[in-house]
Design a protein. Structure first.
Ligand code: PMP
Length: 284
């Protein structure tokens, strides 16, 4: 595998490349006790970097880890990492915590052994002209009683990974996962919106999916601009009948869905408005 250029702040210094961070007996490498976040630098801006840094600390607490890095320190390190690349390079900024040692019962983690690093790596912005095709996944999102869904935890992602692999195998770019009640939750990599008659709809947070920072930001910007946004329970049939479907997430920001199962869709006015509002905010 070829990794794009990567810089990581670990144990007091910057390292280049895919620097090893875990041993074979590290609790996180064996039992998945890691949390992370993802922010972006692109076109010279880092929108909502502070919120991503705040969230990784909240995720650590939810996972039973110790958020030992103050938010201001994360932000400072992120900017220092960005400066290691040519100005304007599109980058992904990834703070991360994990448990090094087990606790007294082995499967439990020792919060006092929390370690952390921050990586910054090259990641080009996806072309919005290339819309994505999505399908309904046979896999579902767990509830808060079944998994640490209030953390952006690495251990939640194997479920999304198998949903993506299964969808790719059927010729789709991404998978829509429902919660256990059969309401649409999110995509495997982003939050989901639809538009019908000029009104935007998106699943109401119910503890089964990440209520994304880009999602919350986009809802606020759309409402300020006078677009009605309804957060409610949505069924898969609502997406199949929608005028527009689009996604929000730190990686692609606001991106169009151009096929839902066999049905072709065009990027529409609500999507275009949401994307422009986000870009204006980011540069604002
Ligand atoms: N859902 C999942 C599963 C994600 O991985 C992401 C990307 N972090 C999102 C939603 C979008 O969240 P955010 O806007 O905070 O990046």
């Amino acid at each position: 595998h070829h990794w794009t250029q990567t810089w990581t702040f670990l144990d007091g210094q910057w390292h280049e490349g895919n620097v090893p961070i875990m041993g074979v007996r590290t609790h996180a490498s064996w039992l998945g006790t890691s949390v992370f976040d993802g922010a972006r630098a692109f076109e010279g801006v880092t929108p909502d970097l502070d919120l991503h840094c705040l969230r990784v600390n909240r995720s650590a607490l939810a996972m039973g880890l110790k958020p030992v890095v103050p938010v201001e320190k994360w932000i400072e390190l992120a900017h220092a990492g960005v400066k290691r690349f040519a100005p304007g390079t599109a980058l992904y900024i990834r703070p991360m915590y994990w448990a090094e040692f087990p606790g007294p019962r082995t499967v439990d983690a020792d919060p006092e052994s929390t370690r952390w690093c921050l990586s910054v790596y090259e990641a080009g912005m996806p072309d919005p002209a290339r819309g994505a095709a999505v399908t309904l996944s046979p896999f579902r999102r767990p509830t808060i009683e079944c998994a640490v869904t209030d953390a952006k935890a690495g251990a939640l992602y194997p479920n999304n990974s198998r949903a993506l692999v299964e969808a790719h195998g059927r010729g789709f770019d991404n998978a829509v996962l429902c919660d256990m009640l059969g309401n649409v939750a999110e995509l495997a990599t982003a939050n989901i919106f639809l538009a019908k008659d000029g009104v935007a709809f998106t699943p109401a947070p119910n503890g089964t999916f990440l209520s994304g920072i880009t999602r919350t930001r986009s809802i606020g910007l759309l409402r300020e601009a006078g677009v009605e946004v309804v957060e409610t329970a949505l069924r898969w049939s609502d997406f199949r009948d929608a005028d527009e479907v689009f996604t929000t997430g730190n990686y692609s920001k606001v991106a169009p869905i151009t096929r839902v199962e066999a049905r072709e869709l065009q990027p529409g006015p609500v999507f275009r408005k949401a994307r422009k509002l986000y870009w204006d905010f980011a540069h604002g």
